[in-house]
Design a protein around this ligand. Structure first.
Ligand code: 6PG
Length: 221
């Protein structure tokens, strides 16, 4: 992998939710996993729910089951958000981890950040009407998301925007209108947090299925 040849490691930042499950299953499958240099691959998270790492809602648990338990990745290459802590403590701990990962830089430079998007335009755990920017690289999030409380940790937009590559993976007709709004509609990053994602590298790709691309001229991958 080019990243490993260039700077000795490949860092992949994961999101949770249902959309990436098929990709996780593929990454953990023998045919694909055998082609990845796990010794030099690092896994991190764009956000995490503040639940135990063994709980159903844990993004870490989702990746552990589909990928980590099936591949020879060294434990020290897995940078887990400690969801068992309260949001503030978990965010502080993850920030310390990320600064260690950044190896002296103020903001870690991830190779690839995988993001999903909700039909309300949220991404990671950056929800509509939340403050646009926040200091640092990880923040505690306590919000009422839809009809349920969200106690989470999220990367800040600046942490995500420092990445070499950012990919959105979005599927389903229910998100088509929001994809169109975020990509080519009213610019309102307060209401549509996915619009806060503007990587300095300008390497931003949207991977959509036919249904999510329905109202766009975007090609589907
Ligand atoms: C999370 C994700 C979140 C997700 C969107 C889309 O922890 O839930 O990080 O931002 O990407 O909510 O979720 P779906 O893929 O389930 O539609």
């Amino acid at each position: 992998m080019a990243a490993i040849q260039r700077h000795g490691k490949f860092s992949l930042v994961l999101s949770g939710g249902g959309t990436p499950q098929a990709l996780f299953d593929l990454l953990g499958s023998p045919a694909i996993a055998s082609r990845i240099d796990w010794q030099h691959t690092h896994l991190l998270w764009a956000d995490e729910r503040c639940v135990a790492p063994t709980a159903d809602g844990s993004n870490y648990r989702q990746a552990k089951t589909a990928i980590i338990d099936r591949v020879p990745i060294p434990p020290e290459n897995v940078w887990r958000v400690k969801g068992e802590l309260d949001p503030a403590a978990a965010a502080a701990d993850y920030t310390r981890q990320l600064l260690r990962f950044a190896d002296g830089a103020a903001v870690p430079k991830f190779d690839l950040v995988l993001l999903g998007m909700g039909s309300d335009g949220h991404t990671a755990s950056l929800f509509p009407k939340s403050p646009i920017e926040a200091e640092g690289v990880a923040i505690a999030v306590e919000a009422q998301y839809g009809d349920r409380p969200a106690r989470r940790v999220s990367l800040t937009p600046s942490a995500i925007n420092g990445a070499r590559h950012v990919w959105f993976l979005v599927t389903g007709a229910g998100k088509a209108e929001m994809v169109k709004t975020v990509v080519s509609g009213e610019h309102n990053p307060v209401l549509y947090p996915a619009q806060r994602i503007r990587p300095k590298s300008q390497n931003l790709l949207w991977f959509l299925d036919e249904k999510a691309a329905r109202t766009n001229c975007l090609t589907t991958h």
